[in-house]
Design a protein around this ligand. Structure first.
Ligand SMILES: [Zn+2]
Length: 157
């Protein structure tokens, strides 16, 4: 029996500096797991988080973030957040009042927490959309961690 072996060489495509229209960005579960591992090595000791912007597009951008400590409360006047839970778990608190709120840049507020508000629990596979103007905070249980993919989308109207 004569056998033919075909070797398919991976084609490495050119990586552009900026996202190009018509381009498709695909993140496999394995890719996200290795990104999470890399972020784990870069955790900021004081914030207990690390993250990176993946791509920027005309009206939105994507990020991947790992947290081992609760975040600040935040409010984006013109930007909606979509979180896709990739690993671990967190409580997402929304609404209520931002405590010690400061304007950090135009249309952006950060605070030390939220008073009141409502909670949802986020686990791997959960997705949440937070409309612009809604105060929110991710809280991580002691010893816990939460890795999530983020789409930050400019509200158009
Ligand atoms: Zn946010």
């Amino acid at each position: 029996v004569k056998r033919h072996y075909f070797f398919v060489l991976p084609i490495l495509c050119c990586v552009g500096a900026a996202a190009q229209s018509g381009k498709v960005d695909f993140y496999t579960a394995a890719d996200l797991a290795s990104r999470e591992k890399a972020l784990g090595l870069k955790l900021d000791a004081s914030t207990g988080s690390a993250g990176s912007t993946l791509e920027k597009y005309p009206h939105h951008l994507t990020m991947f973030i790992l947290r081992e400590k609760s975040g600040q409360s935040e409010m984006h006047a013109k930007v909606a957040d979509v979180f896709i839970a990739v690993d671990g778990s967190a409580e997402l608190w929304t609404g209520g009042k931002m405590l010690q709120s400061k304007t950090t840049e135009p249309n952006e507020e950060r605070g030390e927490g939220l008073e009141g508000g409502t909670k949802v629990s986020l686990e791997k596979g959960d997705i949440v959309h937070i409309a612009a103007g809604v105060p929110h905070q991710l809280r991580i249980a002691p010893g816990g961690h939460f890795a999530y993919f983020v789409v930050k989308s400019q509200e158009i109207n």
